[in-house]
Design a protein around this ligand. Structure first.
Ligand code: PLP
Length: 451
């Protein structure tokens, strides 16, 4: 535990603040209360004041192997002198192709083709474009609609924002959304599922809302349904038992593609390579990012069924014609591929199994907070958990902000959305570190309640 009285404050005099605009940050508040990291090792950050902070969300869910990972560091330093960049269009390199092979090998059976992007947002927009193109190519060009879900987060591209269901992210951009998008209802219901461990028993019937939406628009107008298997960014909203299976059945019945956005859940967070395997439900398209490189070099991508790829290969055009006019300068970047191989070595070499072994420890730790004043829900699945705090009347988010700041004083870096604290500790954490995280969170909550 850090001792707050020994921690020097930064004030608002940090050079560069006056030129910076931070993403998803209340900049006015940050300028008065800057929080700056100086270094990171293993499961800990050290901030510029010298405080050591347990990394309770693995960066932004993206550093499951911890920081300064020796294998990844070695791989990228070798790579930068060997092949630092090669164009992504008309040219590739063995490292990137082989990473696609390894990712397809980890993915559920049937998902075999990998298209690389640089981020989760790009992965989602790529998936939507592929879904739309596929429907056209198979003669179903009237299928132009996408169905997302309330409270979903699919990044910040226009496609991802449109299928996303977080009002704060959408409200400023209403008129420029992708047209023809509808949303499933979310499955968050405190009165039916508070303090559930793993999948709630209640709520599978909410998947049947998809039938209602299909009846409203007609299946012939719908290209794809996109969901996060677990809604991560909104605060670990766990799917009810049988819910994802039901979505799969309805999509198959109506010729609608099912897209899983596994940007958070991919690469081991559930104790399995992907959430698709954890839930036993295989989508047609799967989006990934974050953990693929342990967050060290940005990378994302989509994995699709072979028949989707083959539909593009069957276009009525000469062999030298580009089949999908889409891609990024840095798609499949060799540096990211090098990081990806080293990350997969570690994940396959025991880190995913380590995550699986920590799941019961996290569950017990986090549910021990039940009964703390102000805690109105606790939920967990895989190596992910969330605690909902009672909002301060008229000040949504203020309680969680106080808890976040009290957490820093205690020695833990938490993440919050509205009044929900989310945790997804690194797979390299020890059981004792997870328990210590729980203790620090408990003290942070008490201190925020007392404030
Ligand atoms: N999709 C999901 C499920 C995410 O959680 C995120 C980011 O947290 C994204 C997409 C966007 O990824 P990025 O920030 O890399 O664009």
């Amino acid at each position: 535990m850090n001792h707050p009285e020994q921690v020097p404050t930064l004030g608002a005099s940090v050079a560069g603040l006056e030129n910076s605009w931070l993403p998803f940050t209340p900049n006015r508040y940050f300028h008065e209360h800057p929080k700056l990291m100086a270094s990171a090792q293993g499961a800990y950050y050290t901030n510029v004041q010298g405080q050591k902070l347990f990394d309770a969300l693995s960066g932004l869910w993206c550093c499951p192997l911890g920081h300064a990972h020796a294998g990844i560091a070695a791989a990228i330093s070798r790579q930068v002198l060997e092949l630092d960049y090669s164009p992504a269009f008309q040219i590739s390199n063995p490292l990137t192709l082989n990473l696609a092979r390894r990712i397809a090998g980890l993915a559920p059976e049937g998902l075999d083709r990998v298209f690389f992007t640089n981020s989760g947002s790009e992965a989602v927009d790529t998936a939507l474009k592929i879904a739309y193109g596929y429907q056209r190519l198979r003669g179903e060009g009237s299928r132009t609609r996408f169905i997302g879900r309330e409270k979903g987060y699919h990044g910040v591209g226009f496609g991802g924002m449109s299928v996303g269901g977080m009002p704060a992210n959408r409200k400023m951009f209403g008129p420029v959304m992708v047209p023809g998008v509808d949303h499933l209802p979310h499955t968050y219901n405190l009165s039916e599922m508070a303090f559930s461990k793993g999948m709630p028993k209640w709520g599978a019937h909410l998947a049947d809302e998809l039938e209602r939406i299909v009846a409203l628009h007609d299946a012939s107008t719908i290209a794809a349904v996109i969901v996060e298997p677990i809604q991560g960014s909104v605060g670990v909203v766990v799917p009810p038992e049988g819910y994802l299976q039901r979505l799969r059945e309805i999509c198959t019945k109506h010729g609608i593609l099912l897209i899983f956005d596994e940007v958070i859940t991919g690469f081991g967070r559930m104790g399995t390579p992907f959430a698709a395997q954890f839930f036993g439900v295989t989508p047609d398209i799967l989006c990934f990012a974050k953990g693929v490189t342990n967050g060290i070099i940005p990378m994302g991508g989509v994995i699709v069924r072979e028949e989707i790829f083959q539909a593009f290969m069957g276009i009525n055009a000469p062999q030298y014609a580009v089949e999908l006019c889409h891609g990024f300068t840095y798609s499949g970047h060799p540096m990211a591929a090098a990081a990806g191989h080293a990350a997969l070595d570690a994940l396959e070499g025991g880190a995913i199994a380590a995550a699986a072994a920590l799941i019961p420890v996290l569950e017990e730790t986090i549910h021990n907070l039940r009964g703390e004043p102000g805690v109105i829900d606790i939920r967990n699945i895989g190596l992910a958990a969330a605690v909902d705090l009672e909002p301060i009347a008229g000040k949504p988010g203020a309680r969680a902000l106080k808890t976040f700041e009290a957490g820093i004083e205690e020695g833990v870096l938490l993440r919050f959305t509205a009044d929900t604290i989310a945790m997804g500790p690194p797979f390299i954490s020890t059981p004792d570190e997870i328990r210590a995280m729980g203790d620090m969170l408990r003290r942070a909550i008490r201190s925020a309640m007392a404030a």
